[in-house]
Write a protein that binds this ligand. Sequence first.
Ligand code: APR
Length: 190
Amino acid sequence: MSKMDVVINRARLSLIQGDITRQTTDAIVNAANSSLMGGGGVDGAIHRAGGPAILEECKQIVSNQGRLPTGKAVITTGGNLRAKYVIHTVGPVWHGGHSGEPELVASAYRESLKLAVSKGIASISFPSISTGAYGYPVEQAAEVALQTVIDFLHQETALNEVVFVLFDGRTHGIYGKTLERIISKDAPTG
Ligand code: APR
C-alpha cells in the first residue's frame, strides 16, 4: 500500500490506497446519503464492517433532527470498527459543477473536520467523497478536498493526522498528483 505523507502545520496529511473500514484513526468519515440509512460503496462497507450499532444511532439522529443536509456532518459510534467513531457526511451529486457542487463537497470535508475537533478527535480518515455513485469527477474533487483540508490544518492545530484512504489505484494516483501540485504551489519560494 503506497503512502504519501506531508506535514501541514502541526498535522501529518497522508494518502494511502486501501479500505477505510480497516483504518485505526480515531474516526473514519462515511460518504453517506441524507437518509443515513446506509447504501452501497463506502457507506455499505462501513455499515457492514461496523455492525448494527451504527445504524441504530443513525436512526436516532434522523428521528431527532431529520435528514442530513448535503455538506453537513454528524457523528456516531464506530461499532465493531477499529475506529472509535464514524463521522457521516453527505457530498453533492455531480450535476456539471454549476449547482454549488465545489462549495458543498468542501463543506462536507470542513464540517467533518470541525465536528472531529469539537469531539477531541486527533486523527481522522476520509474517503474520496462524491466521486463514486455521486459522479463527481475525481480530478476536480481531489483539488477541492485536499485544498479544503490543507486550509483547515493551517488554521486548526488540534488534529494531528488526516488520512485520505483511496480505494482504487486510479483515484489514489489522481490524489497523489493533485497533492504534489498543491504542495509545490504552496511551498515557500527562495
Ligand atoms: N474504503 C475506501 N473507499 C471506498 C470504499 C472503502 N471500503 N468503498 C468504496 N470506496 C470509494 C469509491 O471507490 C469512491 O472512490 O469511495 C469513493 C466514494 O464512492 P461512494 O461510496 O459511491 O460515495 P459517493 O460517490 O459519495 O456516493 C454516495 O452512494 O453508497 C451510496 O449511500 C451512499 O447514496 C450515497 C452515495
